[in-house]
Design a protein around this ligand. Structure first.
Ligand code: SAM
Length: 233
């Protein structure tokens, strides 16, 4: 991994789009849930039915899709989960990609809400949890081209509070993809801890936490190896 600033590492494997595509091929979910779609670039990788949520879609892709049902919800993820739509369908996603608001308390809520609704063997992927410099990890979006915000905090939160999860941090460029398996829709551990986590972690910066400490907390999983082992197109 290339070092950008002291202690930082940079996910330098294949693009996260290539890894997402391989995950779609390998998981073949009955239903795909995407939080944060914007242009549709990641949504266009879905190979079947999907639900996509974004308060401001700006779709440039998705002229066709192979599934029978595609649902767009132009609202925040909190509003979507509160709507009860998923429950009303009686269906449970097999794969979810969480790429909405890049503040850790939002991603924590998205993870809790998604996990509670996933089907057996479900997989959740989190985007942008591996910043390669301090500016891109600020809570306020600055002039950086890429903004990860402080969703990197999900990695230590899940490592500490949810040892029951399988957490792989893939070196998918540019800012990593965290792939989480062994989900437990019944778990209420995060919900119980969330108020305290939000208060105690809000003002923690990546510089204060220590980029070296963050990157020492996991071994990169290889996106190239996963892609090579996934079913072909
Ligand atoms: C980084 S973009 C998504 C990019 C897309 N997943 C891709 O890879 O092509 C983040 C999106 O999250 C959306 N967003 C912001 N706040 C949100 C919220 N509270 N709930 C859901 N989506 C949100 C934004 O409108 C934006 O389109």
């Amino acid at each position: 991994m290339e070092g950008e600033e002291s202690g930082f590492q940079r996910a330098s494997g294949p693009s996260y789009f290539d890894l997402l595509s391989a995950l779609h091929r390998s998981l073949a979910p009955d239903l795909y849930l995407e939080i944060g779609s914007r242009t549709g670039n990641s949504l266009a990788l879905a190979r079947g039915d999907f639900i996509a949520v974004d308060p401001t879609f700006n779709l440039k892709r998705l002229l066709t899709f192979p599934g029978r049902q595609g649902h767009l919800f132009q609202m925040t993820s909190d509003e979507f989960f509160a709507s009860g739509f998923l429950e009303s369908t009686g269906r449970k996603p097999g794969f979810a990609f969480l790429d909405g608001m890049h503040l850790f308390e939002f991603l924590l809520r998205d993870f809790m809400n998604a996990e509670a609704r996933m089907g057996p063997g479900g997989v959740i992927a989190l985007h942008d949890c591996c910043p390669y410099d301090a500016a891109m990890a600020a809570r306020e979006r600055g002039r950086t081209r890429a903004w990860t915000g402080d969703v990197w905090k999900l990695v230590p939160i899940l490592q500490e509070l949810r040892p029951d999860l399988s957490i792989e941090v893939f070196d998918a460029a540019p800012t990593g993809l965290v792939v989480i398996r062994n989900l437990d829709p019944e778990s209420r551990i995060l919900a119980a801890a969330a108020p305290e986590l939000e208060a105690s972690l809000r003002d923690v910066t990546i510089e204060g936490y220590g980029p070296a400490r963050f990157y020492a907390s996991f071994a990169w999983a290889s996106a190239a190896e996963f892609i090579a082992g996934a079913p072909g197109e």
